[in-house]
Write a protein that binds this ligand. Structure first.
Ligand code: UD1
Ligand code: MN
Length: 480
C-alpha cells in the first residue's frame, strides 16, 4: 500500500506544481498584455502605450495645470501684444525701449511668479460649491475677462503697504485669477520699492523709468506733472505692453471695501454693452455716512469720480495720444474728453482714501475725505441684474422718477415737515445749486459745469434719512 500511496502523492504534487506554474505564467502573460506589450503585435501595442501615457499626462494637465498654462500664455502674450502699439512719437518708442531692457531681465522671474501664483485653485464666476462647477469655472478664465488692478505708487512705503494688504486680503479666492495686481512705482524711492518687492509672487512690480526733473513749473505744481507722467507710462505698460483689456486704477493711499472686486467683476459687462459708459468708479464724492443709505444701489454719473476706477483699453487708445502733462483727472472731466459719457458709481464708496499727506497737501482730506464711509457689508453684485444702469432704460426711469416725486424746499425738509422718504429739491442755476449743496452738506463745487456726482444735472443723496433729488428745472438742456 505504501508505494501506491507514495506514487499517487508524487503525481498530485507534480500536477499541483505544474498547475501552479501555469497560473504564474498566465498571470504574467495577461499583465504584460495589459501593459500593451505582446509578442504578436509588439509595435502597435507599444505606440498604444505611448498614447496612453500622453493621454494620462494631458488629463493631469487639464485638471491641475490648465489654468496655469492659460495664465502663462497670458503673461507670455504680453510681448506679442506689443504689435497693438501705434507708431507713436519717438519719445514713446524710447520710453518703451528703456523699459524693455528692464522687462527682459525680469521676464523670467515674472513668468515664474505668475505660474507659481496660479498653482492655487481659481474660479471665475460665483461658486456653486460643487467640485464640478469649480472645475468648469477654472477653465472659463479667459484673457478678455481679466481686469488688472494697477496700483500707482511713489514714495510712501506705509501707504503702499496698507493699500496692497487690503487689496490682497479682500480679494475673494474665486476672483484671484481675474484680478491680478500690478504695482507701478514712480519716484525711485528705495524703501517703497522694498516694501512692494517684499510681496514677491503676489504681485508684479514695474518701475517708471523717467525720473527727470520737471522744469518751468511752480514747485507746488510739480507733483501733478510727475503723477500725470507716471499715469501715462503705467497705462501704456498695462494696455500696450502687457496687453490687458481692462484695468482698475488704485492709488497707493486707497483701501478697499470687502465687495470691491465683486463690484468691478459685475459691472465690467456694462462697459462692454453701453458705449455711453466710459468708466466704473468705486467712489461717491458725497459718500459721507449721513449722506448714504443703500449699499446695493448704483448710479450713472456725468462727473468723473476717479479714486478706484475701471477703464477699458479702447478708452486708453483714445486718450493716449492726447494725455495731459498735469491734472489728468480734471482733464478727463472736460467735455472734449468726456463726450457726454458717464461713469457708474455706488451710493456707498468701495474705496476710502487715507492719504492725508500727498500732492494736494491734505486740506481736502481734513475737510472732507476722512469722513467718507467705506462700505462694510458685502453686497453680491454678481448675483444682481444691473441692466437698469444701461442708458436706454435708466435715462427715462431716472428722469421720470425725479420729476414725479413730491418737491420740497430745504427748510421744509430740515424742519421735518416732509413725510415722504423721497423728495425733489429744485435749483435754478449753478449758484443756487452751490448754496443748496452747502446747506445740505454735500460737495458744492462744479467741474466743467458738472456738479459732483450729477447725472443729467441731478444729484441724489440722503439728508436726515430722506432721499433727496437735487434737480434743475424739468426743461434742463445741458451743463453750462
Ligand atoms: C489728487 C487726487 C488723485 C489724482 C491727482 C491728480 C484725490 C483724493 N486725489 O491727488 O486721485 O490722481 O490729484 O491730479 O482727489 N504719485 C506719483 N508720482 C509723484 C507723486 C505722486 O506717481 O511724483 C502718485 C501717488 O503715489 C498716488 C497718486 O500719484 O498714487 C496721487 O498722489 P497723491 O499724493 O495721493 O495726490 P492727491 O493729492 O491725492
Ligand atoms: Mn491721494
Amino acid at each position: 500500500m505504501r508505494p501506491v500511496i507514495f506514487k499517487r502523492t508524487r503525481l498530485i504534487v507534480v500536477l499541483a506544481v505544474l498547475f501552479f506554474l501555469y497560473i504564474i505564467f498566465y498571470k504574467w502573460h495577461t499583465s504584460v498584455n495589459l501593459r500593451g506589450i505582446s509578442d504578436r503585435d509588439g509595435n502597435e501595442s507599444l505606440s498604444q502605450r505611448e498614447k496612453t501615457e500622453i493621454m494620462d499626462s494631458e488629463d493631469k494637465l487639464t485638471e491641475n495645470e490648465g489654468i496655469k498654462n492659460r495664465y502663462e500664455k497670458l503673461v507670455n502674450s504680453f510681448d506679442t501684444e506689443n504689435d497693438i502699439k501705434e507708431n507713436d512719437s519717438e519719445s514713446k518708442e524710447s520710453e518703451q525701449e528703456t523699459n524693455k531692457d528692464q522687462d527682459e531681465n525680469e521676464q523670467e522671474d515674472e513668468n515664474e511668479a505668475y505660474s507659481k501664483e496660479s498653482e492655487e485653485p481659481k474660479e471665475l464666476t460665483p461658486s456653486k460649491n460643487t467640485p464640478e462647477t469649480e472645475q468648469e469655472n477654472q477653465v472659463n478664465i479667459e484673457k478678455e475677462q481679466v481686469i488688472v488692478v494697477l496700483v500707482i505708487a511713489c514714495n510712501r512705503p506705509e501707504y503702499v503697504k496698507k493699500c496692497i494688504d487690503t487689496l490682497l486680503e479682500k480679494r475673494p479666492a474665486d476672483l484671484k485669477a481675474q484680478f491680478p495686481i500690478v504695482v507701478s512705482q514712480d519716484c525711485g524711492h528705495e524703501e517703497t520699492e522694498k516694501v512692494i518687492a517684499s510681496y514677491g509672487n503676489k504681485l508684479k512690480l514695474i518701475k517708471q523709468p523717467d525720473l527727470s526733473a520737471i522744469h518751468g513749473v511752480a514747485a507746488h505744481m510739480v507733483g501733478y506733472y510727475k503723477l500725470s507722467r507716471h499715469y501715462k507710462w503705467a497705462l501704456g505698460q498695462i494696455f500696450d505692453v502687457m496687453g490687458f483689456d481692462a484695468a482698475v486704477i488704485v492709488e497707493d493711499d486707497l483701501e478697499i471695501a470687502p465687495d470691491f472686486y465683486d463690484y468691478f467683476a459685475a459691472t465690467r459687462p456694462l462697459l462692454d454693452q453701453d458705449p455711453t459708459i466710459w468708466c466704473v468708479s468705486a467712489w461717491n464724492d458725497n459718500g459721507k455716512e449721513e449722506c448714504v443709505k443703500d449699499n446695493g444701489l448704483l448710479f450713472r454719473s456725468d462727473f468723473f469720480p476717479g479714486l478706484g476706477w475701471m477703464l477699458k483699453r479702447s478708452l486708453w487708445n483714445e486718450l493716449r495720444p492726447k494725455w495731459p502733462n498735469a491734472f489728468w483727472d480734471d482733464w478727463m472731466r472736460n467735455p472734449e474728453q468726456r463726450q457726454d459719457r458717464c461713469c457708474i458709481r455706488p451710493e456707498i464708496c468701495r474705496t476710502k482714501t487715507f492719504g492725508e499727506n500727498g500732492v494736494s497737501q491734505g486740506q481736502f482730506y481734513l475737510q472732507h475725505l476722512q469722513y467718507i464711509k467705506l462700505n462694510d457689508k458685502f453686497f453680491h453684485f454678481r448675483n444682481k441684474d444691473l441692466s437698469y444702469l444701461l442708458k436706454d432704460s435708466y435715462d427715462s426711469d431716472f428722469h421720470n422718477h425725479a420729476y414725479m416725486i413730491p418737491s420740497a424746499s430745504f427748510s421744509e425738509i430740515k424742519s421735518g415737515k416732509v413725510s415722504t422718504t423721497v423728495v425733489r429739491v429744485q435749483y435754478e442755476d449753478n449758484s443756487s445749486f452751490e448754496s443748496l449743496a452747502k446747506q445740505f452738506g454735500i460737495m458744492s463745487d462744479l467741474k466743467s459745469g458738472v456738479p459732483r456726482m450729477a447725472y443729467r444735472g441731478i444729484v441724489v443723496f440722503i439728508y436726515k434719512g430722506i432721499r433727496v433729488f437735487l434737480a434743475p428745472p424739468d426743461q434742463w438742456t445741458g451743463y453750462e
